[in-house]
Design a protein around this ligand. Structure first.
Ligand SMILES: Nc1ncnc2c1ncn2[C@@H]1O[C@H](COP(=O)(O)OP(=O)(O)OP(=O)(O)O)[C@@H](O)[C@H]1O
Ligand SMILES: [Mg+2]
Length: 499
């Protein structure tokens, strides 16, 4: 690419948030038609760098050159006008609006009278999605579709915006393997057409498959930029962690041998659970001290099943019992009081971004922690203990959750349930958005809980996560349990095959 000029350059970028140095003297550039990946641990500064480029953070040190000219972006709108569009890590779609409105949010086609041209908007939204290889009912509200679709709609919006530079911050965290493959093809074809893509992901295989160059950030500093060709996953991991590889071993070697049926005591039993159009006649038992994995593609009904067990969703028939006692349906409060904990697959649903860490942690336990009057001191002390246990960075209970990096938000969502250890821990997508090191830490927390006798139910669409921790694996497909692996060797392709 020597003959080409970069479309933009960031030079010597530094950014502080109060006492935290999020970026330190970082250089970054992008060429036309290039896919440039950015990788690094949770909190390394990836999203911050991209938010500077997308006009979100306007206060920083250093310089930005757009096609050779120095510029200072004033707002996200200003960035968009220059042709820079960003898909945020935490989605910005609006579930209560239609699919079409979400695709055209802020730039709806209008009639000559200035009113929204609905027929045209529906038609163009439909065309846009089809050109990307997806077919949705664009008149339906987005909330009727699963999270993976929200992510696709956000991607479609950005791709159709005509931007020259597309920033994708963890675009595949809610996508199925098939959707992910399609997206990677799409990214390549966008680049072929001369537009440029910045691609942030913790999935290093994806990164190596799609990127031309890779920049590695560690602790806010750029530690390497290199051609993707010729690098290896091992090399990337050691650059990301700043440690030699033998320190870190992936916890599954491509397969796992699940246990024989155990005689242990059942703690949670689900019998014939059915919710119209979501899941049907689901029965299984979770034993004390066991980690049971339920694998399914996005949309297979496994996330909805988890919500129904915890009481967030009602179900039509069947029953759930805990220690032999029937759980009332539709009551998370009752579920919590009886000893069930639940982490939702989407952080945005599960956390109050504007509230400090300690309030997010104490929320489910206010009754137990405070008695008749609120006791912030006890809330704070409890929070301090559990965030230290799971390694939230920064270790500051007063920090607003919205100011944490994505992976650290996930740790908060898990830590809140360690204040009073549950009997059953249901966790959907425990490692979504986590770097290789943090992933291990969270899986280790789940293992520890199981050693303490907690029944752990891991619900996930990431085969690696399921294979890394599960002692028993179920597969869900189109709302039904279709496979039950016990006492055999299970591989990723076996899971994908059944799903
Ligand atoms: N708005 C903010 N206010 C205060 N601190 C912030 C804010 N945004 C980010 N930070 C801090 O800056 C650092 C870098 O965060 P950033 O979100 O850029 O990490 P990241 O590399 O995107 O991580 P992840 O992979 O977890 O998404 C973190 O320590 C984070 O807590
Ligand atoms: Mg981030």
């Amino acid at each position: 690419m020597a003959e080409k000029k970069p479309i933009f350059e960031l030079k010597n970028i530094s950014k502080r948030f109060g006492g935290i140095q999020a970026l330190k003297n970082v250089d970054f550039d992008l060429y036309p038609g290039e896919v440039h990946a950015v990788v690094g641990e949770n909190g390394a500064g990836k999203s911050t760098l991209m938010r500077i480029l997308a006009g979100v953070h306007t206060e920083y040190e250093g310089q930005m050159f757009w096609k050779g000219q120095p510029i200072r972006l004033k707002s996200p709108k200003d960035a968009l006008d220059h042709g820079i569009a960003m898909i945020h890590q935490e989605l910005s779609v609006m579930p209560v609006l239609t699919v079409a409105e979400n695709i055209f949010l802020g730039r709806q086609p209008t009639t000559s009278y200035g009113a929204i041209d609905w027929p045209r908007m529906f038609r163009e939204a439909d065309e846009a999605l089809r050109s990307l290889g997806f077919s949705l009912d664009v008149k339906k509200n987005l909330e009727e579709y699963p999270l993976g679709v929200h992510q696709l709609v956000e991607i479609a919006r950005t791709l159709t915006s005509g931007a020259e530079v597309l920033i994708m911050d963890e675009p595949t965290s809610a996508l199925s393997p098939k959707e992910t493959d399609r997206l990677l093809e799409l990214v390549k074809s966008v680049a072929k057409s001369g537009r440029s893509v910045i691609y942030i992901s913790h999935f290093l295989e994806e990164v190596m498959q799609v990127a031309d160059r890779i920049t590695v950030l560690r602790n806010g500093e750029k530690v390497a930029v290199m051609d993707a060709k010729g690098t290896t996953k091992q090399k990337l991991i050691s650059l990301i962690l700043g440690k030699e590889l033998d320190f870190f071993e992936e916890s599954y070697a491509g397969s796992v041998v699940v246990k024989e049926d155990q005689p242990h005591e059942t703690v949670l039993s689900v019998n014939g659970l059915t919710l119209h159009r979501k899941f049907e006649d689901v029965s299984f038992r979770l034993r004390r001290g066991e980690i049971l994995g339920i694998y399914g593609l996005v949309g297979s009904g496994h996330f909805e099943l988890a919500k129904a067990i915890f009481g967030l969703w009602d179900y039509d028939s069947g029953e759930v019992t805990l220690d032999g006692k029937r759980l009332p349906k539709g009551s998370p409060r009752a579920a919590i009081d009886l000893g069930i904990a639940y982490v939702v697959e989407s952080r945005k649903q599960g956390l109050f971004m504007d509230a400090p860490i300690y309030q997010n942690i104490s929320l489910p336990h206010l009754g137990k922690l405070s008695g008749l009057v609120l006791s912030p001191a006890r809330e704070i002390a409890a929070a301090r203990e559990v965030i230290t246990e799971v390694g939230v960075r920064p270790n500051d209970p007063f920090k607003a959750v919205g100011n944490l990096s994505g992976g650290n938000q996930q740790k908060v969502a898990i830590a809140r349930w360690l204040v009073f250890p549950p009997k059953v821990f249901i966790v959907s997508e425990p490692t979504r958005g986590m770097d290789v090191g943090a992933k291990e830490e969270v899986l280790e927390i789940l293992r520890k809980l199981s050693e303490q006798g907690v029944g752990v139910l891991v619900v996930s669409s990431e085969p690696e996560t399921i294979l890394s921790v599960s002692e028993h694996i179920l597969v869900m497909s189109k709302g039904k349990l279709v496979a039950d692996f016990e006492g055999v060797e299970v591989t990723k392709s076996m899971l994908l095959d059944k799903a």
